[in-house]
Design a protein around this ligand. Structure first.
Ligand SMILES: Nc1nc2c(ncn2[C@@H]2O[C@H](COP(=O)(O)OP(=O)(O)OP(=O)(O)O)[C@@H](O)[C@H]2O)c(=O)[nH]1
Ligand SMILES: [Mg+2]
Length: 686
């Protein structure tokens, strides 16, 4: 197309489910474009993607890999995203800067559901995307059978662009439905054009007609041409394909194999012709025009590297950036074009490019950067995923504790779906994220990058206790030891309060039987006791009234009254029928409808109380189940939910209320975490 030259550097995100072959596709693209001389395999150090030790160890992508390659007269940057749902945040962050996404998938109808979350996300955000059906070298069934399953999980119409040519079970080439040309795959070379095999004519004609019909849904003139049974002009078809992709009206489907490089050049050609220019994407993202001499960029990813320190990978939306430029008040300390772990130093980068800025210490992922006098208005960034899995963490070496919070801040900066905080109730440090592997990779990063060894364990649950009845109690503290004695004497009334009311103290003393100055000490004594009630947990929802007492003019003191109050509480509270309270949260579980009954039994099996279910808003074919679920049942819920739902189920959870728990389970909790455990500790401390 004539406008090709004007398109400038473009950025393509390689997305899709775990192990579909995205990193292999990147390798293949770099190889066929001549950016690398030989290909590496997943897990090998020769491979451009996945250079991090944790990725190599697991032979999976654990963070974004980036490589820029020239193709003909265009420059493309590929953002190879990890496929595991636990690293979805990386994909979301990368997509902020992509002109289009290639959704890589396997030729297996049974795995189509796994594409559902990413296809939904792309459609919702209006990000142009196409599907590359990879591993065609080992496809067992016809592509025509795969398409309906893929269509079921895509809100946008899929447009098959190629039909495979087969010899027996093997795909040996393809017919391009737009140009109506047939090709056979060649090893280590571009596909070779052949005559359209006679056996394919019928299949080709019907597939092409299907493609044209879909395009005609968005092009009235094409519709008329088809109705008049005329042949549309090739330029019209090519223009429609590009326009419809740009507007995210259709999802083109291409075929190939990253391992054999088959279909990869065809994919690149489609990208070259059809993917919109950076300026078009910038307009879609609402990026303001950069004025003369100004630039505007957005950070897609932050890396902390051993060699170059902090790198902020950014898309330049407008203007040019030179090394040493001042962006948001910070000096760019090195400008790099990336090819996996290799950072090539450059002096200047242009609008549309994705490059890494060195040493922008205050800049975080998603930040909008500019060099204008006035700070730039922040562009929308990907939302931050809420955690679904948490571990309490401690460092193996006590001396590392100071280093720990700085290192954790850095890895949370690299990956905004990691959260680190101290739980106020249990005082534990919690690292939370998207699943077990996500946190294990975070541990590995802390080890590799900062030499920190962390231990993770199940977080403590903030159990509480309350009382069911009230009582009146006398407490007296009296000591006579030589000169000055101790004397405090109180009568208190203890009463339960409704759930959620907390603690209330009431002073009902009349006539000064307990002098005013000692009343706060009584309250202190009561509060101190309530830190650890009869079952060994903090007490909530209780009212204590001081209604009588006596004092001694010389021997009474604040300490004596405080002690008397504590004594009264420790004698009175066990008589009030104490009961354990466990935290209950409200959970909304989202999963495809075919799995709803499994979700229900998963929740009820974990003492959940189902509140109802509904269609998930904006997600055809999905349900959302609401329930109350004890916090203790949440620990590994995501692991089981994923295994029941082909990995796509997810949830949001938030604390809702405290609920009484009695019986065997309550006794076990008290023995393990409450009074039982405290007594054991006291004995072992003797
Ligand atoms: N037969 C065949 N195998 C492939 C092809 N592409 C990738 N694979 C294999 O699929 C596995 C996963 O490949 P990767 O490239 O790591 O997949 P990925 O999508 O990057 O995986 P994640 O990033 O971890 O989600 C590896 O064993 C590859 O060798 C292909 O075209 N054909
Ligand atoms: Mg990968």
């Amino acid at each position: 197309m004539n406008d090709r030259k004007a398109k400038g550097p473009r950025t393509i995100a390689l997305v899709g489910p775990y192990s579909a072959g995205k990193s292999s596709l990147l390798e293949s693209i770099l190889f066929v474009t001549g950016a690398i001389g030989r290909k590496g395999k997943p897990g090998e150090s020769a491979m451009v993607a996945d250079s991090a030790p944790d990725a190599r160890e697991r032979q999976m992508s654990t963070e974004l890999s980036v490589a820029t390659a020239p193709y003909l007269d265009d420059s493309f940057t590929f953002l190879d995203c990890p496929g595991s749902i636990e690293f979805l945040q990386e994909t979301m962050n990368a997509l902020v800067g992509a002109d289009a996404a290639v959704v890589v998938c396997e030729p297996d109808a049974a795995k189509a559901l796994v594409l559902s979350p990413i296809l939904h996300y792309l459609a919702e955000k209006g990000i142009p995307h196409l599907i590359f059906v990879n591993k065609i070298d080992k496809a067992s069934g016809p592509v025509r059978d795969l398409l309906p399953s893929l269509q079921e999980v895509s809100a946008k119409p899929l447009v098959l662009r190629q039909v495979p040519i087969r010899e027996g079970e093997t795909v040996t080439g393809y017919v391009d439905l737009a140009s109506e040309r047939a090709y056979v795959y060649r090893d280590n070379a571009a596909s070779e054009r052949i005559e359209l095999p006679a056996s394919m004519t019928e299949r080709e004609a019907s597939a092409r007609y299907e493609m044209l019909e879909k395009l005609a849904d968005f092009d009235e003139q094409l519709m008329e041409t088809l109705l008049e049974e005329k042949t549309p002009a090739p330029e019209r078809i090519f223009a429609d394909l590009a326009d419809d992709l740009r507007q995210c009206l259709i999802v083109p489907v291409l075929l190939g194999s990253a391992i054999t490089d088959h279909g990869v050049r065809r994919l690149l050609k489609a990208l070259r012709h059809e993917v919109p220019a950076a300026a078009v994407t910038a307009a879609r993202a609402g990026v303001p025009q950069a004025g003369p001499g100004e630039c505007i960029a957005q950070v897609l990813k932050t890396y902390h590297t051993a060699q170059s320190g902090k790198l902020s990978l950014a898309r330049i939306w407008g203007g040019a950036v030179k090394d040493g430029a001042i962006l948001n008040g910070e000096r760019v300390g090195g400008l790099f074009r990336m090819k996996g772990a290799e950072a090539q130093k450059i002096a200047e980068a242009q609008a549309g490019e994705v490059v890494a800025f060195g040493r922008l210490e205050k800049t975080e992922t998603g930040a909008t950067l500019g060099n204008a006098r006035e700070p730039v208005a922040p562009l929308p960034r990907a939302e931050r995923l809420k955690p679904v899995y948490a571990l309490a963490v401690t460092s193996k070496n006590r001396n590392d504790e100071v280093k720990l919070s700085g290192a954790l801040a850095k890895i949370c900066e690299e990956d905004p779906s990691l959260h680190f905080e101290q739980n106020q109730a249990t005082r534990e440090f919690l690292l939370s994220g998207q699943g077990d592997i996500h946190l294990k990779v975070a541990f590995a990063r802390l080890r590799h990058k900062f030499g920190l060894e962390l231990e993770g364990h199940r977080p403590k649950i903030a159990y509480r206790e309350a009382i069911r009845h009230g009582t009146k109690q006398h407490g007296r503290f009296k000591r006579q030891s030589g000169g000055h004695g101790q004397f405090g004497d109180v009568h208190i009334e203890i009463k339960p309060l409704p759930r959620g009311e907390g603690f209330r103290f009431e002073n009902r003393i009349v006539g000064g039987v307990v002098p005013k100055q000692f009343i706060p000490a009584v309250e202190d004594g009561v509060r101190e006791y309530l830190q650890e009630g009869p079952l060994g947990f903090p007490v909530v929802d209780v009212a204590v009234a001081l209604y009588d007492g006596s004092y001694h003019t010389v021997d009474s003191s604040e300490l004596a009254f405080k002690t008397a109050a504590r004594l009264a509480m420790s004698e009175g509270m066990p008589k009030c029928d104490p009961v354990l309270l466990e935290p209950i949260g409200r959970i909304e579980v989202m999963a495809p409808s075919e799995h709803t009954s499994k979700v229900n039994s998963l929740l009820t099996g974990r003492r959940g109380q189902i509140l109802g279910f509904d269609a998930r808003e904006g997600w055809p074919g999905w349900d959302c189940v609401s329930a109350y679920l004890p916090e203790t049942e949440l620990a590994d819920l995501i692991v089981e939910l994923r295994s029941l739902t082909q990995g796509v189920g997810t949830f949001v959870y938030g604390f809702d209320h405290l609920q009484e728990l009695s019986g065997r389970l309550a006794d076990e909790i008290v023995a393990k975490f409450g009074r039982g455990a405290h007594q054991e500790r006291k004995v072992s401390n003797l």
